[in-house]
Structures are given as C-alpha cells and as structure tokens.
Design a protein around this ligand. Structure first.
Ligand SMILES: Nc1ncnc2c1ncn2[C@@H]1O[C@H](COP(=O)(O)OP(=O)(O)OP(=O)(O)O)[C@@H](O)[C@H]1O
Ligand SMILES: [Mg+2]
Length: 142
C-alpha cells in the first residue's frame, strides 16, 4: 500500500498512466472516494497508459463504457448497480474474462464481492487544499 499526493487533475491522470503500466490483462481497479474526487480523471490516465486514445467520460449514464485499444479497458460506474445479478447482466465478469482491464468507480458497496477478483484498490480522498488529493493504492507496487 502506498499513498500519493496530487495537486491538480493532470497529476492524477499521470498517476493513472503509471498504474496502467503495472496492470495485467483482466486486472480490476476498484475505486472508492466521494463525488468529484478524480476517479474518472484517474481512469483517463489508465486508458491512456493502456494505449486507448479516446477521451474517457463518466460512465454514469451508460453504467459501462468500453475503450478499444491494444489493451482494452471497460470503465464501470457501480453507483446504480445494486446486486451481483446486475453486475453479471452488465457484463462485468465477461470483460474481466476477456482480458480487458476493468476500472470500476463507486466500488464501495461491492467491496466484499470484488475481493474475489484480487482488485487493485484506489481510494481518493480530499487533501489540504481544494485541488489536493490523497490517493491510496493497494494491491500493486508503483
Ligand atoms: N488533484 C486532482 N485530481 C483530480 N481531479 C482534480 C484534482 N484537482 C481538481 N480536480 C477536479 O476535480 C474534478 C474531478 O472529476 P472526476 O470526474 O474525475 O471525479 P470523479 O471522482 O470521477 O467524480 P464522480 O463522483 O462524479 O464520478 C475535475 O473537475 C477535476 O478538474
Ligand atoms: Mg466519475
């Protein structure tokens, strides 16, 4: 486990790019952290690091956005998913089985279930100033 500090969006994106280099196919990145903490920004960095060139937007309305590339990424918002059945229906496990990197925002309510996938956990917390963030990464060495 390690804690990183960022003080603007670009630094958080850059940390995501760094993490991407360490992710195996089918890796799960489980985000926790409140509204507007930078989960989507971090996911943008992961996508960039994986070689996906499309801009990453919030999957809030779609539940999942899929990014093609040399190393594809499926980007989930679990906020409106409430059961394991809904996770299956949304294709969550298929993406993992296919070897996509799965980035999952709002993983709080699925913590126990997702443990089975050996997730990399990324928790983003407020820092001292409005743009400061404390980002705890567990499950991989950066
Ligand atoms: N250090 C920082 N890291 C990331 N984003 C930052 C930082 N400082 C300021 N920001 C701003 O905070 C916002 C983060 O938005 P983002 O959509 O990435 O967060 P989120 O956690 O995915 O939000 P949501 O809870 O809606 O899913 C952006 O407007 C970004 O510019
Ligand atoms: Mg988001």
């Amino acid at each position: 486990m390690a804690v990183f500090h960022t003080s603007n969006r670009e630094e958080t994106v850059a940390l995501g790019r760094r993490l991407a280099a360490k992710l195996a196919p089918g890796a799960l990145v489980a985000f926790t952290g409140g509204l507007g903490m930078g989960k989507t920004a971090f996911s943008q960095g992961i996508a960039e690091g994986l070689g996906c060139t499309d801009p990453v937007s919030s999957p809030t309305f779609a539940i999942v956005n899929y990014y093609r590339g040399p190393r594809p990424m499926a980007h989930f918002d679990l906020y409106r998913i409430h059961s394991e059945e809904d996770l299956y229906t949304a294709g969550f496990y298929e993406y993992l089985d296919e070897g996509a990197v799965v980035a999952a925002e709002w993983s709080e309510s699925f913590a126990a279930l997702l443990d089975a996938e050996n997730p990399v956990r990324v928790d983003i917390r407020p820092g001292a100033g409005p743009d400061d963030r404390e980002i705890e990464i567990e499950g991989v060495e950066l």
